[in-house]
Design a protein around this ligand. Sequence first.
Ligand SMILES: [Zn+2]
Length: 254
Amino acid sequence: MTATLAFLFGLALGSFVNVVIYRLPRRMSLVRPRSLCPECGTPIRARDNIPLLSYLLLRGRCRDCGARIEARYPLVELAAGLLVVGIYLKVGLSPALVLYGIFALILLAIFFIDLATMLIPDRLTLPGIGIALIWHVVFDRAEMLQYLVGLLLGGGLLLIIVLVGRLVYRQEAMGLGDVKLAAMVGAFLGWRLTLISLYLSFAVGALWGLALLMAGRAGRRSSIPFGPFIAVASIVALFWGEHLLRYVGILLRG
Ligand SMILES: [Zn+2]
């Protein structure tokens, strides 16, 4: 029952994530005006603004002009619903639900914004760092060091990679947006899970780049956004990072 409520709440939050994905890179206000059809400019009626359901009922088209609604909208809503219910099932109705819920939804927004614009907005990562640090001060002060080290380690590692890329290879492999994103992940997850997250994002990112090269879809110098890899890897680390750490520990002990 409460899991269903968590899912529905997540769907509604997903609608807001869609607004953030569309408006933040365009420097538009997040609250006003109400959502419009990007094609014909008609304000979206309340009954056509029900997460997931409206998209299905309208068969993915605007009621007024018939323009196709991007599949990203229901996808983001569904992803947000699943993330919130997954976090609820993991930590229950607790302050951690708020913390990780905000974390996951910021990552969801960054995934799509970086994919579309190759930019990671400071307006997501910097408030994220602030929220994570304040939360840990209030609810988990004994473990504070773990998160401060996470912030410095995540941001520091990526900063080194950015600087080496610029100075040695004269190539922009990553940007400062990725540095701030990794710092944010560290502030939310602590340094141990951040290492898992960064390891996974580099491994998957390298494989992805190799696959694109082999398929002839990318040249040696073409750039792909790295934020989506960090975002997905951080979600994996959030849900299964502790298991992975234990598994790695068992392997190391032989
Ligand atoms: Zn329209």
